[in-house]
Design a protein around this ligand. Structure first.
Ligand code: FAD
Length: 467
């Protein structure tokens, strides 16, 4: 069969991985086609992930801040929420970014093809779109087909009262009683939004800790604040059954801390994401996919089929947009003949909760498990002029140093803007900075960023009177 389209490089999926790869490849001179099943480019991150969630979290933060100022003599009264307008704000943010991508694709002459793509051979992809099937022949391909929410089997998913993060971000209404199943980053971000908008939110988490990947001390200030805002946080507890009832979703819990409430207006399931590796006909191209749906790659992002690369959520943890983007650039550069490879020492993680939690590199738990000899420099924000000035002294900045080399190997920050502050430490780790490099760097005063320099000073022993 003759192909309908031909290209040097085909990119499957238009999330942060896919669009970054397509744009870089086109910039390097490759004739590129970008295939996406939805009309809007941008993937999960721009359409139903990072971006809309942060727009709504901004609203939640403003509501929270305004309420907190009442104690300091500035009162705004109860928030008046116009849900249509708020939804409109969120959609406009998404549209601005996804529309921008369409423009950037056009400017680079990246051809976009809309429809569901399936490999039919090592050099061909068939796309089923609204206007029929198209066969695309490619010299090389980059798979960037991403991931989707895990759908727990014990739930009646055909009931609209059971939602995943995509449903939660639609913001159809503000449920009276919301159960969030999963106390990871996505679950807690959504719990923060809905609680600020007025829902009574209960969170259940199977692990003994919220956001299990982060160090326990980072979670404590968040948990203390959430305890005041949410109806309940139930650790070491899981949902064993959820049934569609007349007055709500009836839930059966099992575990150490059972919520008193068993009927909810809405149940948000946020228990993780699974890769889309099994949904793209990878076997027809000879690309190996693991039982769980991941595609294994080397440091050049090549799969077992040398002319087919894979990037982003589909190649493994951490499933984060900034990891996808960097892998995308490597894959595109290698496809264009450059000697590139992915060698990031660390990839930062951020929970955009209130307070934010951010960490990078080795955690204290990992260090203990691996028997690494590390020293800790911890600066409590209770000693930061800026944190006191914004009445957010619960935060802290913690740096972990290799005890032999004094190089920074990890960091954790909890407090407002932790996500912005962590970048300095990702750079410090990448550059092999020692404690003295960080301590002697002049940080502007009064900023929360000063806490990074101060934490290094605590480790160095030049700040001694904190505790
Ligand atoms: P995706 O963004 O998943 O894109 C894959 C694309 O491929 C999709 O558009 C899909 O439609 C398309 N596709 C799949 N199969 C086919 C096919 N067969 N044919 C055609 N098209 C196909 N990450 C962060 O770093 N920061 C955050 O703040 C953050 N917040 C998040 C909040 C939520 C609620 C969620 C769900 C995720 C969040 N993430 C965040 C994770 C982030 O969205 C992902 O890591 C990122 O989108 C992965 O990019 P990707 O390019 O690998 O895949």
């Amino acid at each position: 069969r003759q192909p309908d389209l031909e290209c040097a490089l085909l990119v499957l999926g238009s999330g942060p991985g896919g669009y970054s790869a397509a744009f870089r490849a086109a910039d390097l001179g490759l004739d590129t086609i970008l295939v996406e099943r939805y009309d809007s480019l941008g993937g999960v991150c721009l359409n139903v992930g990072c971006i809309p969630s942060k727009a709504l979290l901004h609203a939640a933060e403003v509501i929270d801040e305004a309420a907190a100022m009442a104690a300091h003599g500035v009162s705004f009264g109860a928030p008046q929420i116009d849900l249509d307008k708020l939804r409109g704000f969120k959609s406009a943010v998404v549209k601005k970014l996804t529309g921008g991508l369409a423009g950037m694709a056009k400017a680079r002459k990246v051809r976009t093809v809309t429809g569901v793509g399936q490999f039919v051979s090592p050099h061909e992809l068939e796309v089923e779109g609204k206007d029929g099937r198209k066969l695309i022949r490619f010299e090389q391909a980059i798979i960037a087909a991403g991931s989707q929410s895990v759908k727990l089997p014990a739930f009646p998913w055909d009931d609209p009262r059971i939602i995943d993060s995509t449903g939660a971000l639609e913001l159809k209404d503000v449920p009276g009683k919301l159960l969030v199943v999963g106390g990871g980053i996505i679950g807690l971000e959504m719990a923060t939004v809905y609680s600020a908008l007025g829902s009574e939110v209960t969170v259940v988490e199977f692990a003994p800790q919220l956001i299990p990947a982060a160090d326990a001390d980072l979670i404590k200030p968040l948990q203390q604040r959430l305890k005041k805002q949410l109806k309940g946080i139930h650790l070491k507890t899981r949902v064993v059954e959820a049934k569609a009832g007349k007055d709500g979703i009836e839930v059966v819990f099992e575990g150490d801390s059972l919520p008193a409430e068993t009927v909810y207006d809405r149940v948000l399931v946020a228990v993780g994401r699974s890769p889309n590796g099994k949904l793209i006909g990878a076997e027809q191209a000879g690309v190996a996919v693991s039982d769980r749906g991941f595609i294994e790659v080397d440091t050049q992002q090549r799969t077992n089929v040398p002319h087919i690369f894979a990037i982003g959520d589909i190649v493994g943890q951490p499933m984060l947009a900034h990891k996808a983007t960097h892998e995308a650039h490597v894959a595109a550069q290698v496809a264009a003949g450059q000697k590139s490879h992915f060698d990031a020492r660390v990839i930062p993680s951020v929970a955009f909760t209130n307070p934010e939690i951010a960490w990078v590199g080795v955690t204290e738990r990992e260090a203990a498990e691996k028997g690494l000899k590390i020293g800790v420099g911890k600066f409590p924000w209770a000693a930061s002029g800026r944190a006191i000035g914004i009445d957010r002294t619960e935060g802290f900045t913690k740096l972990l140093f290799d005890e032999t080399t004094h190089r920074v190997v990890g960091a954790g920050i909890v407090g407002p803007h932790a996500g912005d502050l962590i970048s300095e430490l990702a750079l410090a780790i990448e550059m092999g900075a020692e404690a003295a490099d960080i301590a002697l760097t002049v940080h502007p005063h009064p900023t929360l960023g000063e806490s990074v320099g101060m934490a290094a000073e605590v480790y160095e022993g030049t700040i001694t009177d904190l505790y």
